[in-house]
Design a protein around this ligand. Structure first.
Ligand code: C5P
Length: 230
């Protein structure tokens, strides 16, 4: 584990990126795709670390090759991840000093999540919510369909939200959710919901979109070239 220990904000951010080395079939893992000369992971780390509330950042790296995450903007602590995303989050959480009681979990593919979104999630946890997620309204019409390809009905989208990261948690609640979880979860708030904890929503940000498809990289380049991001 490489570690530097800044003391600034009261928030620690975990970025699980340990799946990087496990994919077969070639191609660059999502989080290591290059955007404006820097990996998505590096962008994500740099942006969350710039938030005044953030005092500690931990990246879970592939245990077989922690160096695979490449150079990251410091200060950041890199720990070996686990066999599943959930295990990687647990390993990253274990590396956070006890004084950090507000934990954010961030997806490296949401590389352009702005500082103000990090602050909004952190502020809601600080205000007393045990779990906080940033969300956006659903803009498309959503249909429920059968496996054979016919429409069952139209879902009322007014009660639906698209979920982004960073997601924020009071540390004890996140730790309890991990201790109680039996299946592997890809959504940290989902684990907390299972404990019966109320999850609070805050307004998400268009810039925190998940960069997955080739067109997303084009959009990200355009955003970076413009003045839309803070
Ligand atoms: O593979 P998948 O897209 O589900 O991974 C989601 C995120 O979880 C990725 O950022 C990946 O690096 C991370 N992950 C991890 N540890 C694992 C598997 C995935 O940190 N063992």
């Amino acid at each position: 584990m490489t570690a530097q220990h800044p003391v600034r904000g009261d928030v620690a951010v975990l970025v699980p990126a340990a799946g990087l080395g496990t994919r077969l079939g070639g191609g660059t893992p999502k989080a290591l795709r290059i955007l404006a000369g820097e990996s998505l992971l590096s962008h994500a780390v740099r942006r969350v670390a710039a938030a005044p509330s953030v005092g500690y950042v931990v990246v879970a790296a592939p245990p077989e090759d922690p160096g695979a995450v490449g150079p990251l903007p410091g200060p950041v602590t890199v720990v070996p991840g686990g066999a599943t995303r959930q295990a990687s989050v647990a390993a990253a959480l274990a590396a956070v000093p006890d004084e950090y009681q507000i934990i954010l979990i961030h997806d490296a593919a949401r590389a352009l999540a702005p500082t103000r979104l990090v602050e909004a999630v952190a502020a809601a946890v600080r205000a007393g919510w045990d779990a906080v997620i940033p969300v956006l309204p659903v803009v498309d019409t959503i249909k429920e369909v059968t496996a054979s390809g016919t429409v069952v009905g139209t879902v009322d989208r007014s009660v639906l939200r698209v979920v982004q990261t960073p997601q924020g948690f009071r540390r004890a609640v996140l730790a309890a959710a991990h201790a109680a979880a039996t299946d592997d979860h890809t959504d940290d708030a989902g684990m907390v919901e299972k404990l019966g904890v109320r999850v609070h929503i805050v307004a998400g940000d268009e810039a925190a979109f998940k960069i997955t498809r080739p067109v997303d990289l084009v959009l990200a380049e355009a955003l970076l070239a413009g003045t839309l991001l803070s």
